[in-house]
Design a protein around this ligand. Structure first.
Ligand code: NAD
Length: 728
């Protein structure tokens, strides 16, 4: 394995070039780290070597640690294995930092500079942070930062300790706690890196620095005499404010459910009180505790390993490449306009059709407004805007669809209108074209009846707003063929979103689970549960929005519409009468939600939420005795989780990885848990059965234990252990 290569030039400058052969982006493995360590030893030991440039052979420096390695470390070695492994990494990085200098005089070390051509994330920044200087190429596309917190861990290879000592706790907070990423110029302004140079000058400048560096240039502030942490330690008055503030802020944002955020704060706080090398040990101890926490392993599994596997086509049927070249979109409303933007932005030619030219133009103008915002934020150039807009043709003329290989229909949610559109489209496109509908409620197999080619008919369900929401649900109708599925998956890959593939059933997967969550919240209002308790219980268990806020955001009238349609379809089996009482009453009061500036919440004139609406208590008085927090949380979680399990039992979901990834990306299901199936694994099937039985006894059959869960409890199985990734 040669992830790093070693080359010394005539002036004695050693260049260590990182270039992982099998990957487009460098990621660090255990073996590569050892190789780097050996090469640093070699350069430090060679009297002819004057210093080291650490750089990359690719356009970027590194994407981070290979998280599969971290997952494996935990499986193989347990806590001791992780702790010792991390301490071993610290030793190597400390060796780079000290670079052979005399420990007493701090003289005689060899200069080591990190030269970053592009993106440097995670260990890709932690490693530069232990070099003596960081120089980056002026590459506005590059992202520099420590995003570990996003997948449930924190920078554990010295990044936390070094950044806090470099910037101070307050200034380091957004990079550590929020995983904030910066382009090179902003990274320089924030003090993350030292220098930004023109890309062609990167290595020349790095060499120049190595050859001119003095002893004092190699000493890190924290190794120098009299070092004081910027902004003060926790016992300094300014530091006290920072630490208390950070702790409150983190708790406010995470509600205490993310072990990584808590452990990070401990590493920062405790680390600030002790010498540097002890702080590294504290960091390692906290990092180990996070890696051993089931929440972090579930988050890594869902948000990194499985998300990536799905994006790479884990469930793609065998079919030749189906890359979309020309896309037709029918209906230029909210969804159609969003789909047009993400597609044109990904380089796909788009024909955007609506019934009237003004409507089609409005749809195209939506892309223009997003691109203009991008220009304001310096993320988009005027040339890029022109390119993207040039790819979108807004028209009413179906003849423009000639040559399209995929159609996405996003007209009104009406069977008849959709059927007419399907027939008109099929008359205008070639025989190979795949037709996708973006319906959110109508069965794909029923809509496919309007098609002369049902095997080429599929559901591609986007979430709103399309440019922000990362999940796309692909729905196989009864007759949908493999090529249509492959087409949908290749399209989703092109627009860089995450797909799940599900079978056709009422509300598919995401809406099927989210509706019972909303309904459970509304049902509690009818029962006299304090609305603030409902909302806070949801947030304290890690849901981004309480059920009442969520229905306000999606609108009460949509809720009423869905309730009426569901009731009509289910007749006597319809279980949600108690919910409808509240929902219909709210609609009668004209409280349609956020868009009407009135819903379960009150809103100020600017449309900002202004507390829960007090008028609700007039109609649904709050009971004197309130349920305890855990019971409310169990109701809200189980309403979603049991629906996910039923979707698996019914064969709507065929892969629990999709169930977990889809839940987090689709509706924000408590990300700390790794998703509904991961959550069930964390609490264990026997405990889940116990909760279901308790809830069924008090609240009725909607909480009845699904047979699959009961069977797993009896056999002491877990989803990821026994069902493996692919359901039977
Ligand atoms: P919308 O009302 O904003 O847009 C629908 C557009 O279709 C309008 O511009 C309308 O003029 C156009 N249209 C209607 N009949 C037409 C016809 N015969 N030919 C051409 N154009 C026609 O609706 P939307 O929110 O964008 O929803 C569109 C579809 O996406 C619906 O099926 C909806 O269920 C689904 N969907 C919506 C959401 C959401 O959050 N809004 C999410 C997922 C899926």
């Amino acid at each position: 394995m040669t992830d790093f290569t070693y080359a010394m030039d005539a002036d004695g400058v050693v260049t260590l070039t990182w270039d992982v052969a099998s990957k487009s982006m460098n990621v660090m493995s255990t073996a590569a780290f050892q190789q780097l360590s050996d090469m640093v030893d070699r350069a430090l030991a060679d009297p002819a070597a004057k210093g080291i440039i650490l750089t990359s052979g690719k356009k970027d420096f590194a994407g981070g640690m290979d998280l599969n390695v971290i997952a494996k470390m935990r499986e193989d070695g347990g806590a001791a294995g992780i702790f010792n492994g991390v301490m071993g990494m610290h030793a190597v990085m400390r060796k780079i930092e000290r670079a052979g200098m005399d420990p007493k005089t701090l003289k005689g070390g060899k200069p080591i500079v990190a030269a970053l051509p592009g993106t440097a994330l995670g260990i890709g920044l932690e490693l530069p942070l232990c070099c003596h200087r960081i120089i980056a190429a002026d590459n506005p596309k590059a992202k520099i930062g420590l995003p570990e917190i996003m997948v449930g861990i924190f920078p554990g290879a010295g990044g936390t300790t070094r950044l806090v000592r470099k910037l101070g706790a307050m200034m380091a907070a957004p990079f550590l706690l929020e995983g904030k990423l910066s382009d090179p110029k902003s990274a320089k302004a924030a003090g993350l890196i030292d220098e930004v140079v023109a890309p062609q000058d990167l290595l020349t400048r790095a060499k120049e620095w190595v050859l001119s560096a003095k002893d004092a240039d190699l000493v890190k502030p924290w190794d120098a005499k009299g070092y004081k942490m910027p902004g003060g330690t926790p016992y300094h008055p300014a530091g006290f404010m920072t630490f208390v503030g950070a702790s409150a802020m983190v708790h406010g944002k995470t509600m205490g459910v993310y072990p990584a955020a808590k452990a990070l704060l401990s590493a920062v706080y405790e680390g600030a009180l002790v010498p540097f090398d002890t702080a590294l040990k504290i960091e390692a101890r906290n990092f180990t505790s996070v890696l051993m926490n089931p929440s972090s392993s579930a988050m890594i599994r869902s948000l990194f390993i499985n998300k990536e596997a799905l994006e790479k086509g884990a469930n793609r049927p065998e079919a030749p490449d189906q890359t979309v070249k020309k896309l037709g979109i029918i209906g230029a409303g909210m969804m159609g306009a969003g789909i047009a933007y993400v597609s044109a932005n990904a380089g796909i030619e788009v024909v955007l059709i609506d019934a009237a030219q003004e409507a089609a133009d409005r749809g195209r103008a939506y892309s223009e407004s997003i691109l203009d915002k991008g220009i304001q934020r310096r993320k988009v150039t005027p040339e890029k805007k022109a390119e993207v807009l040039a790819r979108i043709t807004a028209t009413t003329d179906y003849a423009a669809l000639a040559g399209c290989d995929l159609i996405v229909e996003a007209v009104f949610e009406d069977m008849k209108i959709k059927a007419d559109v399907t027939a008109r489209v099929e008359a205008a496109v070639g025989p190979e074209c795949i037709f996708a509908t973006n319906t959110s409620t109508l069965p794909i197999s029923d809509l496919a009846k309007a098609s002369g080619r049902p095997e080429q008919f599929i559901g591609i369900h986007f979430f709103s707003p399309v440019d922000k929401m990362m999940l796309v649900e692909i729905i196989r109708g009864k007759q949908t063929g493999d090529r249509a599925v492959a087409k949908a998956l290749d399209f989703v890959r092109q627009i860089r979103k995450t797909p799940i593939v599900v079978n056709d059933a009422r509300f598919f997967y995401a809406n099927r689970c989210i509706i019972p969550y909303i309904n459970e919240g509304i049902r509690m209002v009818a029962e006299g549960v304090e609305p603030a308790l409902i909302e806070n219980a949801a947030k304290l268990v890690g849901m981004p929005l309480g059920p009442l806020q969520l229905v306000d955001e999606t609108s009460i009238d949509l809720g009423v519409k869905i309730a009426k349609a569901t009731k009509a379809a289910m007749c006597d089996a319809y279980p949600d009468g108690a919910v409808d009482d509240v929902l219909f009453w709210m609609a009668d009061q004209g409280r349609m939600g956020k868009k009407a500036n009135a819903g379960f919440y009150a809103y100020d004139a600017a449309g900002k939420r202004d507390g829960l609406w007090e008028g609700l208590a007039g109609q649904y008085p709050v009971k004197d005795t309130q349920p305890d927090l855990t019971e409310v949380q169990h109701r809200l979680l189980m309403a979603q989780v049991l629906e996910a399990v039923r979707a698996l039992e019914d064969g709507v979901l065929t892969d629990i990885r999709e169930g977990d990834v889809g839940a987090i990306l689709g509706w924000g299901f408590a990300p700390w848990s790794g998703g509904p199936f991961s959550w069930l694994d964390i609490i264990g099937a026997p405990r889940a059965v116990e909760i279901c039985e308790g809830l069924t006894a008090t609240h009725g059959p909607r909480f009845e234990t699904p047979a699959l869960l009961r069977e797993m409890a009896a056999k002491a199985q877990t989803f990821y252990g026994a069902v493996a990734t692919k359901a039977a």
